[in-house]
Ligand binder design. Structure first.
Ligand code: F6P
Length: 341
């Protein structure tokens, strides 16, 4: 069998572990040939690739980023994108393609699968918002990074009697905010799923100071916004791919809370540090299992599917189903977090 693998969209700790796992399972166990496309779908669209053998993936298990490179380019960005992809798959004699990516990448994978290409998708995102899988790799690492940062920020916030508003990633969902906020014992968490009321948030933070505490930490998912009419708010715009370019919830909240509380407030934006560096053991294991199962699915001819974690098992779900909705933070999970704030 000849398999093509690619990593597309925002990078994520664990991508290299999937690539390594695909190569090990395919080359060593099945005697397959594996090629890796450079910079995501762009590599497939431009037939830009390299052969992946055991040497090519040696020592990459614990490495962050992706040895193949990534981009946000998608077949749908070109008028003849789907035809081009089909042409290159035929020319290269590929029997299977394993794209590893998040929401946008999986939508593109579904589009190509519908067009008849042999695709098995692997979900990745630090945001953990792919609905058909219990967890995506990268999330555990990102939560760990954010939690460590929050722990550190507490000591400096306390020294200066400040409110720190810490912005974590999460365009559409607040999973990183929820988990890191709970793990670090933040005093308020705001997420995109539940527009916040600035009056209520001010009261919550203010109550801490009234109770004699010297600082407060608010965790804000980057996509969080206030309830309609609750405060003036700049939502930002879109980048060249139509992705949100946020104006900065932490910055705006710090100005508002400082004015309302009369306490020094500072924004801290964790940004891409949450996506960089070495994956946790949990993420390496999940990524390795996804890679292994993607190769097995290809050998069974189960295309148009995506690997998924259900409980402790790896299963396959149709790509079409996987891209229907995002996994948002349920109200109950938010309430659990609030009781311990
Ligand atoms: O989709 C993952 C993600 O980390 C989002 O949380 C974030 O908004 C986005 O990527 C940032 O992407 P970029 O690297 O293109 O700025």
């Amino acid at each position: 069998m000849r398999i093509g693998v690619l990593t597309s969209g925002g990078d994520c700790p664990g991508l290299n572990a999937v690539i390594r796992s695909v190569v090990h399972r395919a080359v060593v166990d099945h005697g397959d040939e594996v090629i890796g496309f450079h910079d995501g779908w762009k590599g497939l669209l431009e037939a830009d690739y390299r052969k992946l053998d055991l040497d090519a993936v040696a020592g990459i298990l614990a490495r962050g980023g992706t040895i193949l490179g990534s981009s946000r380019v998608q077949p749908a960005h070109l008028v003849d994108g789907v035809e081009r992809a089909k042409g290159h798959v035929a020319e290269l004699g590929l029997d299977a393609i394993i794209p590893i990516g998040g929401e946008g990448t999986l939508k593109a994978a579904n589009l190509l699968a519908q067009a008849g290409l042999p695709i098995v998708g692997v979900p990745k995102t630090i945001d953990n918002d792919i609905a058909s899988t219990d967890v995506t790799f990268g999330f555990d690492t990102a939560v760990g990074v954010a939690t460590e940062a929050l722990d550190r920020l507490k000591t400096t916030a306390e020294s200066h009697q400040r409110v720190l508003i810490v912005e974590v990633m999460g365009r559409h969902t607040g999973w990183i905010a929820l988990h890191s906020g709970m793990a670090a014992g933040a005093h308020a968490i705001v997420v995109p799923e539940r527009p916040f009321d600035i009056g209520e948030l001010t009261r919550r933070v203010g109550a801490r100071f009234e109770a004699g505490k010297r600082f407060a930490i608010v965790v804000a998912a980057e996509g969080a916004k206030p309830r309609e009419g609750s405060m003036e708010f700049d939502e930002g715009g879109k980048d060249m791919y139509g992705h949100e370019r946020f104006a900065g919830v932490a910055r705006q909240l710090s100005v508002e809370l400082e004015e309302r509380l009369g306490k020094e407030a500072r924004p801290v934006i964790l940004g891409h540090v949450q996506r960089g560096g070495t994956p946790t053991a949990y993420d390496r294991v999940l990524a390795t299992r996804f890679g292994w199962h993607a190769v097995e699915a290809a050998h069974r001819g189960e295309f148009g599917m995506m690997t998924a974690l259900r409980g402790t098992d790896i299963t396959l779900v149709p790509l079409a189903q996987a891209v229907e909705t995002l996994k948002t933070v349920p109200q109950e999970r938010y309430e659990e977090a609030e009781t311990v704030l």
